[in-house]
Ligand binder design. Structure first.
Ligand code: G3P
Ligand code: CA
Length: 299
């Protein structure tokens, strides 16, 4: 039986091995904000340290990631507040049933979270992902590794686009209430990396409103599904955030211009072909969030 500590060591060794075998560092400079979605989900298991390192190697300027909170109050990277059956295996290495959301991260200690492997299973949507044992990392460890890696490799210091994943139904069940969730995250970032290269993003306007009122120094991105509803969404939010981040499909030149006039930077997600990226860059967007930073146009 491999101990958890050994598993983590193996994961670190894997990262070093991958970086040694594939010295793909292009270190490209982009004139726009190239954001690696969940690190580089198209190429590495999502929201893991290897996904962040790969993204840095491909020249991303911002690392995009999602947060969850454990029972013992640790801030970790995870898109879902539970072990997603699509990407995770149980501590015994077994599959999780398709609709089973019972492995609730908010009801587990971080020690317990570390026993789950969310990197070995082949992701049907991202077959190019390199497969290996991978755990959900602590946000503080992601900062430490990414900052050190960028420095050691002579790369620009990355930005971080950090999503608080919450919903009214999840309050107290899958995550703390939004004030507590936001307080934990803001405190961690204020006490570590600071806000010069970090923004918080959320689909949950309660989070954005709370942070805007309580921590006005924190840069915010509003996440929305449909750019066509920008007017109602901005009215609902009640203030103009620094970033407007919509699903890319409904975005057009006219909306981009209106959003610019209102003073926002437009950063659509999740743009996974070169053609789509070119089209959006031609509209004048500030940045692109992609699972495939390797496809990003050099301009
Ligand atoms: O940051 C935008 C994007 O990450 C939002 O979608 O579901 O991948 O978190 P999702
Ligand atoms: Ca996200």
């Amino acid at each position: 039986m491999i101990t958890k500590r050994l598993q983590i060591q193996l994961e670190k060794i894997f990262v070093l091995a991958v970086l040694t075998i594939f010295p793909f560092s292009v270190h490209a400079q982009f004139s726009y904000d190239l954001q690696g979605h969940r690190g580089s989900r198209g190429l590495m298991p999502e929201n893991t340290i290897p996904a962040m390192i790969k993204a840095l190697d491909l020249g991303v300027t911002t690392l995009e990631m999602d947060l969850a909170i454990t029972k013992d109050g640790k801030v970790i990277l995870s898109h879902e507040p539970f072990m997603n059956p699509v990407i995770c295996l149980t501590p015994e290495g077994e599959e999780i049933a398709r609709d089973d959301h019972s492995f609730n991260i908010y009801q587990m200690t971080y020690e317990e979270v570390l026993a789950f492997d969310c990197g070995s299973k082949v992701h049907p949507g991202f077959p190019q992902q390199v497969k290996f044992f991978a755990t959900k990392p602590l946000l503080c460890d992601v900062f430490e590794v990414a900052e050190k890696y960028a420095k050691d490799m002579g790369l620009p210091s990355p930005r971080y686009n950090i999503e608080i994943k919450s919903s009214p139904e999840g309050d107290g069940v899958y995550h703390p209430g939004i004030a507590e969730f936001s307080d934990i995250v803001v405190k961690l970032i204020s006490n570590s990396i600071g806000w010069e290269r970090v923004n918080i993003q959320s689909f949950d306007f309660r989070v954005l409103k709370y942070i805007h009122e309580t921590y006005p120094e924190v840069p915010l991105a509003m996440l929305v599904e449909n750019a066509a509803n920008y007017q109602e969404d901005l009215e609902d939010l009640g203030f103009v955030p620094e970033f407007y981040s919509p699903y890319f499909l409904a975005l057009n030149q006219e909306i981009v211009e209106i959003l610019h006039q209102k003073g926002m930077k437009v950063v659509p997600w999740t743009v996974n072909t070169k053609e789509q990226m070119e089209k959006l860059l031609d509209m004048g967007v500030y940045g692109i969030i992609t699972d495939y930073p390797n496809l990003a146009p050099k301009r």
